[in-house]
Design a protein around this ligand. Structure first.
Ligand code: ATP
Ligand code: MG
Length: 376
């Protein structure tokens, strides 16, 4: 899978950009605040239909404009597909595949990306919701129906919370509706947990290997942390435990007016040599885990879908030491398309630079540069 080009119109500070991306490695060089992340964000948006930085899409529109536009021609399984995305300050969104209006679900299934940015390096230190978001996004690129299950679960959970609040206010006294919500939550929720556990098992296998190569001796382990599970992996067992836990926590849920158990509360725990990484691992060790995870995510999506995702590396090389930089650059060497941003070219060897398309970005405007002109 490859982006052939990218056209941005009034997208953040990129008022009018046209990039020829018909190359396997693209390097976008620019000082801080020039628009490097904006370009990668726009590509990510075409694949996920949500920005990694904001949930308020109005922010994507250039300050002086009324709508932001992203267009791109993509090669996928030897077929060219044109994606068009428009967002207006009236909060309307228009999605087009080959100039024909498309449903979000179809649109999202075209382009696959794996974004690796400096904030991902904090994945282990972040909140459980950051780790769940990473996991959910990776799974939804493999099983598009997973997104529907997540939305369905969230919808029922919100309805249940509202019902519990009504119950507390005395607006209703009929508790039977709670059973209905719980039944639906247990069915949808156990499905989500089942897929998450399955994906984590798969990614653990690949990530363990990569992690051992980078760290030389250390052993990575990944666990799905769910309050009511104790090693169960079968869907029926997960559903049974979920039911049991909902019954046990019923009084607490009524008292707290919220759903207290389920996949919206779960977490992922990483261990190095049996020690919990969040508590004991150094910053470098935590980065090694994230690097191994991101590269494994790429492998798994490729394996499962037959489409190799476009890898977006936002400023991440500068944050890694020599060993990890070399490992990353070696791993991307024979991959299809990788788009890298950096403030300069010092981290890259001349041989690497000769084979890449280099763009310089300044104040939201890009121009192509040869490796000799690019700032070092
Ligand atoms: P860094 O190296 O610091 O990460 P960057 O090149 O990645 O910098 P971006 O995050 O892409 O920079 O942001 C570039 C600029 O875009 C910032 O100066 C920001 O103020 C500007 N910007 C963000 N949103 C908008 C918008 N809606 N309209 C105009 N400019 C915007
Ligand atoms: Mg940036």
């Amino acid at each position: 899978m490859k982006l052939l080009n990218l056209r941005l119109t009034n997208y953040r500070n990129c008022k009018n950009i046209e990039l020829d991306l018909d190359c396997d490695k693209i390097l976008i060089i620019g000082k801080n605040a020039q628009g490097k992340t904006n370009i990668l964000e726009s590509i990510y948006l075409l694949s996920a239909l949500k920005s990694p930085r904001t949930s308020n899409n109005i922010e994507l529109i250039n300050f002086d404009s009324e709508k932001a536009e992203i267009n791109s021609d993509i090669i996928k399984a030897d077929t060219e597909v044109e994606l068009g995305y428009v967002y207006t300050n009236e909060k309307t969104r228009e999605l087009k595949i080959n100039r024909v209006k498309s449903r979000p679900k179809d649109f999202k299934s075209v382009l696959k990306t794996v974004l690796f940015s400096t904030s991902d390096l904090l994945l282990l230190r972040g909140n459980p919701s950051d780790r769940r978001d990473w996991l959910d996004r990776a799974i939804s690129q493999i099983y598009p129906a997973y997104d529907d299950r997540l939305s369905k679960y969230d919808k029922i959970r919100i309805q249940k919370n509202n019902f519990l609040k009504d119950l507390a206010k005395g607006n209703t006294f009929d508790e039977t509706l709670l059973e209905v919500y719980n039944e639906q939550l247990a069915i949808t929720g156990s499905n989500i947990i089942f897929l998450r556990k399955k994906f984590l098992k798969e990614i653990e296998k690949t990530a363990k290997e990569k992690h051992r190569i980078i760290s030389e001796t250390e052993e990575l382990k990944i666990d799905y942390d769910c309050s009511f599970l104790n090693g169960e992996t079968e869907l029926e067992d997960i559903a049974a435990k979920f039911h049991e836990s909902l019954a046990e926590r019923r009084i607490e849920e009524i008292r707290r007016c919220q759903a207290c158990v389920g996949p919206h509360r779960d977490d992922i725990i990483f261990y190095i040599n049996e020690n919990e990484a969040t508590k004991f691992a150094s910053q470098g060790q935590q980065r090694t885990i994230v690097l191994a995870l991101k590269l494994s995510e790429l492998d798994i999506i490729t394996d499962k879908t037959g489409d190799e995702p476009v890898l977006l590396l936002d400023d991440v090389l500068a944050e890694l030491d020599d060993i990890r930089q070399n490992y990353l650059l070696k791993s991307i060497n024979d991959r299809t398309q990788t788009i890298i941003t950096s403030v300069d070219t010092v981290l890259f060897e001349e041989e690497f630079l000769r084979g890449v398309k280099i763009y310089k970005i300044e104040n939201g405007a890009v121009k192509q540069a040869s490796f000799r002109e690019a700032p070092t």
